[in-house]
Design a protein around this ligand. Structure first.
Ligand SMILES: [Zn+2]
Length: 318
């Protein structure tokens, strides 16, 4: 179909560093969903590649050490496959991304645990981080976690303000309702939820209320539909289930505020992906089903990639 596809959430470094025998250039092994070969087969043009190093997760070192190791792993990957994958450094680089062309990556830090002081944020921006989620599930110095339910700490407010100054986009996925609200109070600009679904379709603490979805759209952001079974539904979970979440969010705020944030291979296997999705190469199947269900070409193009491209135009420096 030739859609420009953007996947707004892939834990590439974390998944590949967990298993050093895996070769990212080769098709993904059975049960895993991520590889450069599969991304190219699926026509992916841009991937938000995470730095995932919350305290106690993603590696044995400190969060900062783990995050640095992941950045070095990405550097090495880009060096080895320079003709196939590159880091997006400016808005202009987006024009190089097209179906079948080289894949552009932008870093998303999932949990700001690696950042030790507000001053250090700039150093991560220099390394390509353009989107930061203040916390993953566990609390850190910036933000409460899902267990204690609290919002941003005073340091967290300062970090969000610094993000605003440096043009870094806050990612609201994984935040408690209190933290979600405090980010919106501390930040005037664009926000996203890189990988979350609609709580009205499937009640889960990782999914967003209708009010939260509207608040994200009011900031011209988007919600990335996540393809992890527990966040999609109960019982049979297939592409139709995915479409129910898309339908709901499009019904609330329109296709400009919906994207994909698959999270495929994010610490889970393809058994936890919906039926019909076995790797990132299957992402176009979502577009095919949307078209069959009556979505316009324009709406499908936005949901599969153009909405993320609009956000990235704002998130990348000129
Ligand atoms: Zn996540």
């Amino acid at each position: 179909m030739g859609w420009l596809i953007v996947d707004g959430h892939q834990d590439i470094a974390m998944s590949l560093l967990e298993d050093p025998t895996r070769d990212f250039a080769a098709p993904a092994p059975a049960g895993r969903a991520l590889s450069l070969a599969d991304a190219r087969r699926g026509g992916l043009a841009v991937i938000l590649a995470t730095i995932f190093a919350p305290q106690g997760h993603g590696g044995n070192g400190s969060p900062t050490e783990t995050a640095e190791k992941q950045v070095r792993w990405y550097d090495e990957l880009l060096h080895r496959h320079a003709e196939q994958i590159f880091r997006l450094e400016s808005r202009g680089d987006l024009s190089l991304c097209a179906p079948g062309g080289p894949i552009g990556i932008v870093h998303l830090m999932e949990g700001a645990d690696p950042i030790r002081s507000v001053r250090e944020l700039a150093r991560w921006v220099d390394r390509g981080v353009r989107i930061v989620a203040p916390a993953w599930n566990t609390p850190n110095r910036w933000c409460g976690g899902v267990e204690d339910g609290s919002g941003l700490t005073p340091d967290g407010v300062a970090l969000i303000e610094e993000m605003g100054k440096l043009g870094v986009v806050p990612d609201l996925s994984h935040l408690t309702p209190a933290a979600f609200d405090s980010v919106l109070e501390s930040h005037r600009g664009l926000v996203v939820a890189s990988h979350s679904n609609a709580a009205a379709v499937h009640a889960h603490r990782r999914n967003l209320s209708d009010a939260q979805i509207r608040a994200i759209a009011d900031r011209d952001g988007l919600v990335g539909i996540v393809l992890y079974r527990p966040f999609l539904g109960e019982g049979r979970v297939d592409l139709e289930t995915v479409i129910r979440h898309v339908d709901h969010i499009v019904g609330l705020v329109g296709p400009d505020h919906v994207g994909i944030g698959s999270d495929l291979d994010g610490g889970f296997t393809t058994d936890d992906a919906p039926e019909g999705i076995r790797s990132v190469a299957d992402l176009p199947r979502i577009g095919e089903l949307l078209l069959r269900n009556g979505y316009s070409d324009d709406a499908v193009a936005k949901i599969l990639g153009r909405s993320w491209m609009r956000v990235l135009e704002q998130a990348l420096p000129a």
